[in-house]
Write a protein of this length. Structure first.
Length: 95
């Protein structure tokens, strides 16, 4: 919350929206991938990192899952630090 009012800041609103979108994608597997990442990392991202994460959230669930499992190669535009953090958070959780 903003120290000067009870209204959330634009950043807080954005993080809440991204958090919701992370856990409510429509595919259980990607709900877990993105949701686990949102739980652990989302509040700590800077604005540029939030932009990258938001772009990942716009990708199709089936594509994200195939990239995650290695069935498909990761496209260059998604090959960035946020993707690798998302992958690491989820691999650490199951190992």
């Amino acid at each position: 919350m903003n120290a000067h009012s009870d209204l959330p800041t634009p950043r807080e609103t954005r993080i809440k929206r991204l958090y919701y979108q992370s856990w409510h994608r429509g595919c259980k597997e990607t709900d877990i991938l993105f949701g686990r990442f949102a739980d652990e990392v989302l509040p700590h991202l800077n604005d540029a990192e939030l932009d990258l994460y938001e772009a990942l959230l716009k990708e199709e669930d089936s594509d994200v899952w195939k990239w995650f499992t290695g069935e498909w190669p990761l496209p260059p535009e998604c090959n960035h630090a946020i993707w690798h953090k998302l992958k690491r958070v989820n691999e650490d959780a199951v190992s």
